[in-house]
Write a protein that binds this ligand. Structure first.
Ligand code: DGJ
Length: 360
């Protein structure tokens, strides 16, 4: 909370109790005239990157003064539970389903003690925006379904011999991903479901909702249309920007076109943002380049941040990113900057302090 009504990217942001806001990798929901900010509740130290508490929610009517709404989804003290305390639960996003009247939360889930191998999407649901959210389940995406945009000749799961052969090649090469022409990972994962790591949700004007996630060992984004309840896949999905290793996707719509800001894939270290555009959510998506303007290091590191969400307001979109502090997770900072449009192209510039008045 600031007393002068300004947003100060990178500063300590105090909530109504005088505590630094604890909602990392977050997302916004605007509902009934109120902004709800959901994010990862981090704790101190390196271990604080794991989910020791759950998903925190705050509310505001001006994007500056934030009221602590508590823990919207709590982790569970039951050994072996999917969201057992100590799991990895990242990038929670909440959308409202006008058909069912429910608030639906999706997040990236990694099972406790298994590193980043599980690569699951988790879902929880609530009757109220501040929760408590009820955990529905988690899993890989789109098991047994082919992406809409791959040629029929690739509708062929890999045999275990093919997997073994290609894993041997992977083990010997320094490259993180395979040649796209091999159409490997999504065929490998056909039966068990597609990997789902960094993710976002987007609800279109027609009420269709989409889940966008880093899949295929983080090499390729998958864009999935959700079912009517928003609680699972509709069975329709596409591969997007294969082998470009986009993480941290966030979508916004401007003048009828879809934009995505995302990052490269460098762990907690910041890297250069990427802006992409499409005429439809299912693409094709075209990369426009880095939307950041400023010094060399600002441009190379996205002002030392990684995207997590873009909030659309009547006066334009607001970039929201995390300045991670992996050694002391709770000290992570928030970098929010309004997009400016230059010749119709969205760009970001650093601002020490700025007012969202007139935007909200
Ligand atoms: C980058 C991702 O964007 C974060 O959400 C987190 O998963 C880190 N990698 C972990 O290294």
């Amino acid at each position: 909370m600031t007393t002068d009504g300004l947003i100060r990217p990178g500063a300590i942001w105090l909530d109504d109790r005088g505590v630094h806001v604890n909602a990392h990798g977050g997302g916004m929901l605007f509902h009934g005239g109120v902004y709800y900010w959901f994010g990862e509740h981090k704790t101190e130290g390196e271990g604080g990157n794991r989910a020791n508490v759950g998903v925190h929610v705050y509310s505001s009517t001006d994007l500056v003064r934030w009221v602590d709404g508590g823990i919207a989804l709590e982790v569970v003290d039951e050994s072996g539970h999917d969201i057992e305390r100590g799991c990895v639960l990242e990038r929670p996003k909440v959308i409202f389903n006008a058909r069912t009247g429910k608030f639906v939360m999706w997040f990236h889930l990694e099972l406790k003690g298994q590193g980043y191998r599980a690569a699951r999407a988790g879902v929880a649901i609530s009757d109220s925006p501040t929760g408590p959210f009820r955990y529905l389940g988690s899993g890989r995406m789109n098991a047994g379904v082919w992406p809409l945009n791959v040629p029929v000749e690739y509708h062929r799961p890999l045999s275990s011999d093919e997997v073994a052969g290609i894993e041997a090649i992977r083990a010997c090469t320094a490259t993180r991903v395979l040649d796209e022409s091999m159409h490997y990972y999504y065929r490998r994962d056909f039966a068990g479901g597609q990997m789902s790591r960094d993710m976002t949700l987007f609800v279109d004007d027609d009420g269709e909702a989409y889940h966008v996630a880093a899949s295929e060992e983080n090499s390729t984004l998958h864009i999935t249309r959700l079912n009517e309840e928003y609680t699972g896949s509709s069975g329709e999905y596409v591969r997007s920007m294969p082998n470009r290793c986009h993480e941290a996707p966030a979508i916004f719509k401007h003048e009828g076109r879809y934009y995505m800001i995302s990052s490269d894939c460098t762990g907690w270290a910041p890297n250069a943002a990427r802006l992409s555009v499409a005429d439809r959510m299912f693409g094709p998506w075209r990369e426009l380049g880095n939307p950041c303007c400023g010094s060399e290091s600002e441009v190379a590191t996205t002002f030392e941040s990684q995207s997590t969400y873009v909030l659309s307001t009547p006066s334009g979109p607001i970039y929201m990113g995390d300045r991670w502090r992996p050694k002391d997770a709770i000290d992570g900072r928030y970098i929010w900057l309004p997009f400016e449009f230059e010749d119709g192209v969205p760009v970001l510039r650093w601002r020490e302090a700025w007012s969202p008045v007139g935007m909200v």
